[in-house]
Design a binder for this molecule. Sequence first.
Ligand SMILES: NC(=O)c1ccc[n+]([C@@H]2O[C@H](COP(=O)([O-])OP(=O)(O)OC[C@H]3O[C@@H](n4cnc5c(N)ncnc54)[C@H](O)[C@@H]3O)[C@@H](O)[C@H]2O)c1
Length: 465
Amino acid sequence: MRITMVGTGYVGLVTGTCFANTGNHVTCLDIDERKIGRLREGKSPIYEPGLDDLLRRNIKAGRLEFTTDKAQAYQSAEIIFICVGTPSDARGRADLKYVLAAAEDIGRAIEAGPGPTGGGTDDRRAKIIVIKSTVPVGTNAKVRDTIGRFTRKPFRMASNPEFLKEGAAINDFNRPDRVVIGCEDKGTGDRLRDLYEPFVRQGNPIFIMDIPSAEMVKYASNAMLATKISFINEIALLCERYGANVDEVRRGMCSDVRIGNKFLYPGLGYGGSCFPKDVLACISMGEETDLTTLLLAAVHEVNQRQRDMFWSRIEEYFAGDLAGRRVAIWGIAFKPGTDDVREAPSITLMRRLIDRGAKVVAHDPVAHETCREILGDTVEYSDDMYGIVKDADCLVVCTDWDEFKQPDFDLIKAGLKQPVIFDGRNLYRPEFLAELGFTYYSVGRPTVNARVNTPATPVSTTPTA
Ligand SMILES: NC(=O)c1ccc[n+]([C@@H]2O[C@H](COP(=O)([O-])OP(=O)(O)OC[C@H]3O[C@@H](n4cnc5c(N)ncnc54)[C@H](O)[C@@H]3O)[C@@H](O)[C@H]2O)c1
């Protein structure tokens, strides 16, 4: 099939490349000339494991191309996937300006192109416009209206929300747990089912449903995952207040198969380009119909508070005196496996440190450039994770990259002015760090060797294992 992906971000680029890899001819369109220029050279503008190789192979095979030429990209396609961003607007609603701008371009291109004329939607040659971006219920209808304002030629609409995870995106797309397709006619459903057949050969389901339900599935899924994270973070705070250890609580709780053990890790709160904005968009969808989404409002608030609580630990440890302190940060990306720093808890934390006059030195395996786009040179970046610890007043772990999991603690201790670690990802065993002489703060677990007023309860430094 001839496919055009609109937007070459994390979703459009990965899914377009994977469609090309199953033999389709894919054109990736973007308005960002710099991105398209890089992609034409076979260089990915984002970090995603395995993507560079897949890109190069499919470009070489002539199945994958990149363009900024809208008319050519839209007119040549049988199926057009809209994969542009849907960030939060000032009121927390999904901002549809990129989606609607793409719709307008598509309408104009269909009208000017050689496609079938006539007014119906049942023409087999009519293009299928698929919204893959995460959009509020009703957006498909808005896009249909927008395209329809610019053309009288037939086209069909579908919704196909994307569930890939950054850092594991290629595997997720090639072996999806499920594919969700929202459409209004059997022909559209069948064509999209055919397109996805190679990806579900192991029997995972393709669910075909009405468009509003398909749009809602994506929000409901992300809202559920965000809820799990906020839930365990709130439990972690209770654990701190009462001297319980959230690791033990998790183990005891998650062995119940009704609860399960996924997405129940306490930390700095969820971040990234999806959960924060999608929870807010759900809240706004409710508001627009006079429905207060009580649970989701709390999920969002708990997430904000989690960042505040972690920050207040650092502040309390230094008795509010952060000016001139050197703070080493391990991990900037909102999670391991990606260079995406949108809504990353590390960014909130670094901003606060900088505002209070601290000198921030940070290391991330892949996210220096994306961080620089937001914080510029207010942060010092280094490829040497131990180098930044030297003469620092403390180490703060913000992302659970593998290389931070079993570090050389002797080197850390020798480098730091005082052996203090604030761990927002619970990577280390508190008893072990106590044994090594560190002051160690984590989330929902007893703090060891606490010095200054801290809400957590200091525990015995005797190792238990
Ligand atoms: N990132 C994820 O992990 C993920 C997962 C599932 C769903 N989603 C959803 O997918 C959508 C895209 O997310 P993303 O992270 O890939 O976004 P992104 O910001 O990384 O990429 C969007 C791209 O669209 C381009 N663009 C904007 N307007 C355009 C236009 N008119 N024509 C052509 N290109 C245009 C931008 O230049 C940019 O390159 C969002 O709705 C998001 O919520 C994201």
